[in-house]
Write a protein that binds this ligand. Structure first.
Ligand SMILES: CC(C)(COP(=O)(O)OP(=O)(O)OC[C@H]1O[C@@H](n2cnc3c(N)ncnc32)[C@H](O)[C@@H]1OP(=O)(O)O)[C@@H](O)C(=O)NCCC(=O)NCCS
Length: 166
């Protein structure tokens, strides 16, 4: 138990709560550059795809409540990138600043290390001071800024790249 929660593999039963967090960010946030919310079937397909490809999806849970979720997948296509992963992590708005993301990220980093991954990348859509601070606190270093590569809420969006050597 860390950050008042248990970190474990995501299960099908978690998908409705994962979907609610995910769709909240699509509708209101800068972390996901999508315009259309997803369905439960979309999220189920995503979970199965991650599992099929050997990538983790984890949740931070307090009893039956999903406080946040995260995972990692391929950074870019191609066998040469096989030991690099890109992480993603989302915490419910009413449970932030209580160590939930730190607990999820610590678990993801440990899993990636045990799998022999070499680098974890974070692509952070800006503005997102919380995510930049979170990744810096966990040893990620700044690798640069891709300017105006996204468009959402009637504005261009920048992407900050950070990486951690595992
Ligand atoms: C970024 C996010 C995952 C952080 O989750 P969280 O559970 O609140 O983070 P934690 O409580 O574990 O914080 C761990 C550390 O991150 C940093 N941090 C987290 N939120 C911060 C904030 N709002 N401002 C400054 N630093 C912050 C701090 O260093 C913090 O350590 P501290 O509390 O001891 O100071 C959360 O704000 C979130 O879900 N944001 C929306 C989705 C998102 O942006 N995901 C990342 C996509 S790249």
């Amino acid at each position: 138990m860390t950050g008042g929660c248990v970190v474990r593999d995501a299960e099908e039963a978690d998908l409705p709560q994962i979907l609610a967090i995910h769709n909240h960010h699509i509708a209101y946030g800068f972390a996901l550059w999508r315009y259309e919310t997803e369905t439960l079937a979309d999220r189920a397909a995503w979970l199965h795809d991650r599992r099929k490809n050997g990538y983790p999806v984890i949740v931070a849970a307090d009893g039956d409540e999903v406080l946040g979720y995260g995972g990692y997948g391929a950074f870019r296509f191609g066998a040469g990138y096989g030991r690099t992963v890109e992480n993603s992590i989302y915490v419910r708005e009413d449970r932030r600043r209580r160590g939930v993301a730190r607990a999820l990220m610590s678990d993801l980093i440990a899993r990636a290390q045990s799998e022999g991954r070499h680098v974890m990348v974070a692509g952070i859509g800006l503005p997102n001071d919380a995510s930049v601070a979170l990744h810096a606190a966990l040893g990620f270093v700044d690798c640069g800024l891709l300017r105006q590569i996204g468009w959402k809420f009637d504005r261009w969006l920048d992407l900050r790249l950070m990486q951690k050597m595992l």
